[in-house]
Write a protein that binds this ligand. Structure first.
Ligand SMILES: [Zn+2]
Ligand SMILES: [Zn+2]
Length: 467
């Protein structure tokens, strides 16, 4: 018997947790954090309690209550007995939190398969951020927390395109796709009933669209019995978009300016990072990165295919924020960030303020207090290069962003292209792959796929679908 059960990504964007059973083999396709359902109950100062182990997450529906899945320490905190792991593997499509982060809760003996580059990104994330229960993907500390105990590493299995591997009765073929983070994959999984295809997150207008085409081509060839397809933007059909257009638009803005320039984007989006790095170079400016983002350069420059500049690249500078004593004393910088502080390409806010036309700062809203020290002159530039706000909280921070911009007399611009394919492209993808049955996920509008699929399942959460 082969079946699919969807525990996340159902009528919501992200949070994918899809259980595939085939004979005695059980694998999860992604195990992500569902931001929507978390935001329904929690916010900045109201969080699930770590001291309660897994209980808050189970009770509020952030995690499915299934047997043989979770960490021993978290079950014990929940007054339950530890359980033998009953899942053979997790297949992770990419490093975005809505696909990866709730791996944090899984039993340490469950192997996690991921692309090599995806692993590099997760290493950068692990090294740069404070350990919290919801961010322990590669290793975790037993709760209750004991600082002296070493973190427990997970069993990570890396793959690259072209690899095929067996898990129980399944054979898995990962194929690269283009998305707003490198190291993203779709899967073709050969089950005892026939091949199943899972897209993960995909886009077709990106710099490496050929990778998504390769995936679609291969998926079509195998004549899948089931296609699990993302539908983030199934309801959106906008104007033409591409990374090149983002480059052209932003470059034009920077080119005409002798003022400070700030670019606000997600550093995991390596295409976008390269876009602004190149714009900086083209305009004779140094590309200034945050201490926190230096971790991405450190790890991603190890993959030659990504073409990411090294930290000591002559066009890179690191912004050294004022901390602790306010005097840039060595003892102000702690933990992993210390490794970057001694580099001779570090710049303080005062130094940046004297080089206004010589830098392009990859700094966003959360670094706005540094504007106070950098003293941008009226007409300085703020380029917002991420998706526009779509939750109420994001709208509030957008208002706040605008207040800072107004206070310093800066000019704000929006330059962005999405990490996801548009509606028309998604419909074409499904038509081309022509699966026997379609299971839309990662979308608030699964029904819109009915235009192209006669045999479509509007998935219900937790229900097992026989294939
Ligand atoms: Zn996603
Ligand atoms: Zn994604």
């Amino acid at each position: 018997m082969t079946s699919l059960t969807f525990y996340g990504g159902v009528n919501e964007i992200g949070g994918n947790k899809i259980l595939l059973k085939d004979k005695d083999t059980k694998v999860f396709l992604d195990f992500g954090k569902g931001f929507g359902r978390r935001n329904k109950f929690f916010e900045e100062y109201l969080n699930p309690r770590t001291a309660n182990g897994i209980v808050d997450f189970l009770t509020m529906g952030l995690l499915p209550d299934i047997h043989g899945v979770y960490r021993d320490d978290l079950l014990v905190l929940a007054d339950r007995k530890p359980e033998e792991p009953d899942i053979d593997a997790v297949l992770l499509t990419h490093a975005h939190a809505d696909h990866a982060d709730y791996i944090s809760f899984l039993h340490q003996d469950i192997p996690i398969y991921m692309g090599e580059t995806c692993h590099l990104i997760l290493k950068a994330l692990e090294e740069r951020s404070a350990r919290t229960l919801e961010k322990e993907v590669l290793s975790f500390r037993q709760r209750p927390y004991d600082r002296k105990e070493e973190p427990i590493p997970r069993k990570i299995k890396e793959f690259r395109t072209g690899d095929k591997f067996k898990i129980g009765s399944l054979e898995v073929e990962p194929i690269h796709v283009d998305h707003s983070v490198p190291g993203a994959y779709g899967f073709i999984i050969y089950t005892s009933e026939g091949p199943i295809v899972y897209t993960g997150d995909i886009r077709i207008h990106g710099t490496k669209s050929q990778m998504t085409r390769d995936f679609i081509e291969k998926a079509k060839e195998v004549k899948p019995i089931a296609l699990i397809c993302e539908g983030t933007r199934i309801n959106k059909n906008g104007k033409e978009e591409s990374e090149q257009i983002v480059f052209n638009d932003a470059n034009k803005i920077v080119n005409g300016s002798d003022r400070l320039v700030f670019a606000d984007f997600n550093f995991k989006d390596v295409d976008r990072m390269r876009t602004f790095y190149n714009i900086a170079k083209e305009n004779g400016r140094k590309f200034v990165v945050k201490l926190n983002d230096a971790f991405f350069l450190k790890y991603l420059s190890q993959d030659p295919q990504l073409n990411v500049p090294k930290l000591d690249d002559e066009d890179i500078a690191i912004y050294l924020p004022k901390k602790g004593s306010g005097t840039y004393s060595d003892s102000d910088y702690k933990g992993a960030e210390k490794q970057f502080v001694d580099q001779d390409n570090c710049l303080t806010a005062d130094e940046i303020s004297t080089k206004k036309s010589e830098v392009l700062c990859a700094l966003g809203f959360y670094s706005f207090t540094s504007l106070i020290d950098m003293k941008p002159r009226p007409g300085a530039i703020y380029i917002h290069s991420a998706s526009e706000p779509y939750t109420e909280e994001q709208e509030i921070s957008e208002d706040r962003t605008q207040n800072w911009i107004d206070h310093f007399g800066m000019n704000k611009y929006q330059c962005h292209c999405s990490g996801h394919a548009q509606g028309r492209e998604l419909l074409e993808t499904v038509t081309e792959i022509a699966p026997k049955t379609l299971y839309p996920v990662h979308t608030e509008h699964p029904d819109l796929y009915n235009k192209v699929s006669k045999n479509m399942v509007l998935v219900e959460e937790g229900k097992e679908y026989k294939i």
